[in-house]
Design a protein around this ligand. Structure first.
Ligand SMILES: *Cc1c(COP(=O)(O)O)cnc(C)c1O
Length: 370
């Protein structure tokens, strides 16, 4: 079966894990620190804070930015549920914003402007599929209204655009992301004070860590804030350091496969919509296509599965999930709903080759009788 996504793991990751076990230090320590610095260097920021998931990182980000009850936060609905959950954790209200359209499934600036009120405290943008949102436009949007800008960069690990433009950005290293630490996440910001705050909050708000206490022989600690346990461990960081070294090559491979897909689909499957233009900056986290209106996605997925090709879809809109529908009823986002009903995610990962991409495109064309 050709899978939608697959981690690339091997001897180097095994050796890195063995070295951690031999060192007898498995909780947050020098490897986490080395991983943070390497990640910051790769993404051209001064520093970064590692956590045990992107979800934890998003929670720390909204918490550190002082978002809470009475505040509204603009979020896309075409995203993983964690983006909106992070807002709910703080007691603030997520306000769902539509996408631009089928060929540009990123949060709409116009709809965001419409939904901005005096209560809007922040906006969380999400780089869907690895396609970067318009950084200047969103920075202007946030500055003009005096709202905080957060990037859910779960899909944008290893982007080549340089430093982040949001007040904070949070990345994911879950097993199906562009690189993995099994579970893990990273927070970046250009504001050292904000990063200090999340660094404290990830470890119960303790003023000294276990490692610092060992090194400095400090006997005690103080707690001055309500913190969490969102620490990354040394095993994850060791895998992350190895994976980070390969990330640029993997993302290049993804780019090349995406180009091959685009060529093949345009040739043999012209009624399938390929979102985004080829010159947009992207980390090509996933390969979404939009099926013709009456294609019947369930059947298409079954037929592809019979041909040993796994597919999935990204995402069921968050505003239609039971939890959110019950809390925030009556929301209608026409573009998001149409995109989500017709979107199909094709296999894309660095272990694939170009012939497999062409094979998937041709098989899809046969099933759709293009
Ligand atoms: C994967 C993902 C997350 C959550 O990441 P975890 O590391 O699994 O917590 C959040 N937002 C988006 C858009 C994602 O794709």
């Amino acid at each position: 079966m050709l899978l939608v996504s697959e981690p690339t793991l091997g001897e180097e990751e095994k050796a890195a894990l063995a070295a951690v076990i031999d060192s007898n230090w498995i909780t947050m320590g020098s490897r986490v620190q080395a991983f943070e610095q390497a990640f910051a260097d790769e993404h051209r920021v001064a520093e970064a804070v590692a956590v045990n998931s992107c979800t934890a990182g998003l929670h720390l980000a909204v918490d550190a930015l002082g978002i809470g009850p009475g505040d509204e936060v603009l979020v896309p609905s075409l995203t993983f549920v964690a983006t909106a959950n992070a807002v709910l954790y703080t007691g603030a209200k997520p306000v769902f914003v539509d996408i631009e359209g089928l060929s540009q499934p990123l949060m709409s600036l116009a709809d965001a402007a419409d939904k901005c009120t005096s209560k809007t405290k922040a906006v969380i943008v999400m780089h869907y599929a690895g396609q970067l949102v318009d950084r200047e436009a969103w920075r202007d949007f946030a500055d003009a209204r005096g709202v905080i800008l957060i990037e859910d960069s779960a899909h944008a690990v290893g982007n080549a655009r340089g430093p982040i433009f949001g007040d904070m950005a949070v990345f994911s290293f879950y097993g199906n992301k562009n690189m993995t630490t099994a579970e893990g996440g990273m927070i970046t910001s250009n504001d050292p004070q904000l990063l200090n705050r999340v660094r404290l909050a990830r470890g119960h708000g303790l003023t000294t860590s276990t490692l610092q206490r060992l090194i400095a022989r400090a006997a005690t600690y103080d707690v001055a804030m309500l913190g969490f346990n969102y620490r990354m461990n040394e095993l994850s960081a060791a895998i992350g350091l190895v994976q980070l070294g390969k990330l640029a090559a993997w993302n290049e491979k993804r780019r090349s496969l995406a180009r091959t897909y685009a060529g093949a689909l345009r040739e043999c499957c012209p009624q399938v919509v390929l979102p985004f233009s080829e010159n947009q900056l992207s980390c090509h986290h996933i390969l979404p296509v939009v099926l013709p209106v009456h294609a019947g996605r369930e059947r298409v997925m079954e037929d592809l599965r019979a041909a040993e090709i796994q597919t999935t879809f990204h995402y069921p809109p968050v505003h239609l999930l039971s939890l959110y529908r019950e809390r925030f009823p009556g929301i209608h986002l026409p573009q998001t709903e149409e995109f989500a009903a017709r979107e199909l995610t094709l296999p894309l990962h660095p272990k694939m080759d170009e012939l497999q991409a062409i094979h998937v495109a041709r098989t899809l064309a046969q099933i759709l009788a293009c």
